[in-house]
Design a protein around this ligand. Structure first.
Ligand SMILES: [Fe+2]
Ligand SMILES: [Fe+2]
Length: 161
């Protein structure tokens, strides 16, 4: 997990998380903080083991930890955060020592993670997409009736990983 440690220590990774934190400080709905990304990583790992996909852990964690990293740019300028997260992830992955092919696989999954309008989603993209949903504990959320995502969440029935 050496490369994951390099992601965690990356100055841009930390700066972007800070940016997201500042934008979400008064947010009543789910946040896109480090805990969220870590939950997605762990759940995506379980999903991948269940399905026998056996992605290397640093590929899965790389995708999950970075899947929302550009969320602050969506707040700032309305840019789709899946797209911008993939772009920002590229440089962080490069600095952490991921190769060209690995960067392609990971950034594709990040681009796919919202699921909307994606045909032929990659297996890694699917794992991140589903883990993203399962990570949200809607069944215990106080503001779920105001949340536009609530209806599509598997965890709304208390289902969780
Ligand atoms: Fe997202
Ligand atoms: Fe997410």
């Amino acid at each position: 997990m050496e490369r994951i440690n390099r992601i965690l220590q990356n100055k841009y990774f930390q700066e972007y998380l800070q940016n997201i934190y500042k934008w979400e400080i008064n947010r009543k709905f789910c946040r896109h903080d480090f805990e969220h990304s870590l939950a997605v990583a762990r759940i995506a790992y379980l999903i991948s083991l269940e399905r026998g996909n056996n992605f290397p852990r640093d590929i899965l964690y790389g995708a999950a930890l970075l899947h929302d990293i550009g969320r602050w740019q969506e707040y700032e300028g309305g840019i789709d955060h899946a797209q911008v997260s993939a772009e920002l992830a590229e440089g962080i992955l490069e600095e952490a020592g991921y190769g060209e092919k690995e960067k392609k696989v990971i950034t594709r999954a990040i681009r796919e993670h919202r699921g909307k309008g994606i045909n032929n989603m990659s297996l890694l993209g699917e794992a991140i997409f589903e883990a993203d949903k399962f990570s949200r504990l809607c069944w215990q959320c106080q503001v779920r009736d105001e949340c536009y995502k609530y209806k599509e969440m598997p965890a709304r029935g208390g289902l969780c990983y």
